[in-house]
Design a binder for this molecule. Sequence first.
Ligand code: UD1
Length: 423
Amino acid sequence: MQKLIIKGGNRLSGDIRVQGAKNAVLPILAASVMCCGETVLKNCPRLSDTYSALRILNFLGCSAGFDICITDVINIKADGLDRFDIPDSLMREMRSSIFFMGALLGKTGQCRICFPGGCDIGSRPIDIHLAALRKMGIIINEANGGIECTGKPHGAKIALSFPSVGATENIILAAVLADGTTEITNPAREPEITALAEFLNKCGADIKGAGGGHIIINGVSSLHGCEYEIIPDRIAAATYLACTAAAGGEITLCKCIPYHLDAVTAVLEQMNCLIHSTSDKIFFSARKPLKAVNIVRTMVYPGFPTDCQAFIMAALCTARGTSIFAENIFENRYQHTGGFQRMGADIRVEGRVAVVEGVKHLYGAKTDAPDLRGGAGLVAAALSADGISEISNIHYIDRGYEAIEKTLSSIGADIKRVNSDGR
Ligand code: UD1
C-alpha cells in the first residue's frame, strides 16, 4: 500500500500538460473490440483504469497494449476476439467495464458479465442501460449478480429518463452495428460522448448529433480501425486549477480544451481567481484571499461537474465567507468532508447539501482517500494546509491521475509517494 506525504504551504507555479481523458479513453477502448484491423489511440493516460480495460481486451482475445516506443499510444488489434464473457474479477476493477456490454453485443450478439465495480459514491444502478438494451431487442437475464445478454441489437427509439453518461455510451456502442436506426432523446452531452462518436465515425460508423439533445445512429455492417487522439481530461485540468487556487500561485495548463471547463472556471472566477484562455491553454492565477461562492450546484454537462465538487470544496475551505454545495448527481459524494474536517475545515452536510464556512487555515492531518475525486480533494486541501498530511488509499487517486505527485511536484508542490513502511 502506498500513500502520499504532502507538506502544505508552497505556492504553485509552472506549466502542466494535461493528460488524456480517462472518461474518453475507457469507452473508446471498449469500442475498439468492434473494429477490424488495427486501432491506434494517441494521448492515452497511463491510469490503473486504462490498464484494467487493456486486461479485459486481452482476456477477450484481442491484442492491446501501450506502444513500446511511444509512451502515450495504445495499439489494439481486435481480430482475435474469441470470447464474450468477462470474469467477475475484471468487471469489478472499474465502473467502465460496463461499456464492454454494448460493444460485445454490437459485435457478437452475446455477452456474459456481472455488475461493475468502481468508486462508492452512490448506488450507481445500471437500470437505464438495461432498459435501453431491452428496447433494442436484447434478452437479458440477471441472476446471482451475473448478467447474461443475447440477441443482435436492432434500432430503436430510446428516450432517457435521465441523461446518464454511461447509458448513452452503451446505447451508442450497441447501436453502431445494429440493424436499422437508433434515436436517443435526452442523451448525455458530455464532451466524452462527442469523442466516442467522433472515434466511431472515423471507424466507419454513422452517428449524428452527439453532444446535442438528439442522437441518431444508423447501423452499419462493419467497422475498421483508425488512428484517433484522445481529448484532454477536463476533470484532471480542473483538479490542477483547484490545487493552485487552494495553495496559491500561477499556472498555465497546456493542451487542454478551455470551453470544456467553462462551468468550473466560472466558479473559480467567482472565487477571485484570474483566468485567461486561448484555444488550447488556460493561464490561471489565484488571488488570495479566495472568496466564498454563494452556491455550487452539480449538474449534467454543460453544468458544473459532480467530479469537480470535492476539489473546488477543498479550495473553498479557506475562502472568506460561506459557500454552499448542492450535489445533484450522486447521493454519496461528500465522503471527503470527513478528511477536510480532520484538517480543521468547518463543514456541515445535510443530505445533498454541504455548507462550508471558510476558516483561516487548514492544518496537516492523516486521512484516507474515500474515492477518486474525493482523494484529489484531499490532495488539494493538503497543499493549502499548514504542516504535513498523509493520504492513504491512493489507489483510488491512481484510477484517474497519471502520477499526480510528479505533476504537482513539477509546479513546486512538496509531495511524495511512499510505501506504507515509509520508503
Ligand atoms: C460518468 C463518469 C463519472 C461522472 C458521471 C457523472 C465515466 C467513466 N464516468 O459516470 O466520472 O461522475 O458520469 O458525470 O464516464 N443512473 C441510474 N441508472 C443508470 C445509470 C445512471 O440511476 O442506469 C444514475 C446514477 O446512479 C447517478 C446518475 O444517474 O446518480 C448519473 O450517472 P451516469 O451519468 O450514468 O454516470 P456514470 O456513467 O456512472
